[in-house]
Design a protein around this ligand. Structure first.
Ligand code: TMP
Ligand code: ASP
Length: 236
């Protein structure tokens, strides 16, 4: 597979064309941002960890019936994925109160919900990714009714699979953000990444944070936290 010109650079990844119209290569960077790019930094080795972790979790999800963009890992930082057009929705599932949920609704972090919650943000940096509901998404023509139903079903399925998986590693899956894409024929697949950048992981015993909140909140030990999750997941 030939890596051709770069077609996109985001905050954490670059995307390159290949000689196959239907496939692109993503390359994971060590760059970290938070608060819509206001805070910038580097998490050494993050690109490698996020690439490997995301690929491993996407393969696990495929086995459980969730279609993803994953095709093949090419190197420590590069993965071949199906080309999609991203549905401009950030889909957030929460099992435990934390982050913007705790802040917006005036509750402490760590409240375990009886049922997971789902919310959508309009993926639009200029607007600061505002929270919307599914009727807003329809009104804005971000997705069809059928696509939103499919996305919700997949998102809750992802939660069940990942929650169980992480529980065995003594990690509580607090919340996470997903992005979906459309293949050329319109099929919805899970895209983007699943990593400590896009999830909250707490050690089940100590409740220590093992994710990007260590960077967002200047808690220190950022690299150690990413390495620890990687070690538990893949023995690396
Ligand atoms: P929040 O509590 O800040 O809304 O974040 C919820 C989850 O979504 C958390 O696991 C981090 C993830 N997330 C992203 O992946 N990208 C983002 O831009 C934001 C705001 C959150
Ligand atoms: N990645 C997002 C940004 O740069 C936010 C975050 O993960 O907190 O704004």
């Amino acid at each position: 597979m030939k890596k051709l010109e770069q077609i996109y650079e985001g905050k954490a990844k670059k995307v390159f064309k290949t000689d196959d119209e239907a496939l692109v290569i993503v390359e994971y960077k060590d760059d970290a941002t938070a608060f819509n790019g206001l805070k910038k930094g580097t998490i050494v080795g993050k690109g490698i960890i996020n690439n490997k972790m995301s690929n491993m979790l996407m393969q696990l999800l495929e086995k459980h019936g969730v279609p993803t963009h994953y095709v093949e890992q090419l190197s420590d930082r590069e993965t071949l994925v199906k080309k999609v057009s991203i549905v401009p929705l950030e889909v957030i599932i929460r099992n435990v109160s934390a982050g913007s949920f705790a802040k917006n609704y005036g509750v402490e972090e760590g409240i375990v919900f009886e049922e997971p919650t789902i919310e959508f943000s309009y993926k639009n940096d200029a607007l600061g990714d505002p929270l919307i509901n599914q009727y807003h998404a329809l009104a804005l023509k971000l997705a069809t009714k059928e696509e939103i139903e499919t996305i919700k079903n997949y998102a809750f399925k992802v939660n069940e699979v990942l929650k169980d998986y992480f529980r065995k590693l003594n990690i509580d899956l607090i919340d996470f953000k997903l992005e979906f894409g459309r293949l050329a024929d319109g099929t919805i697949v899970l895209a983007d990444e699943i990593s400590p950048d896009t999830c909250r992981y707490w050690d089940s015993t100590t409740k220590e944070k093992l994710d990007k909140d260590r960077f967002r909140r200047d808690l220190g030990g950022v690299e150690d936290a990413y390495n620890e999750v990687m070690r538990r997941l893949m023995g690396e």
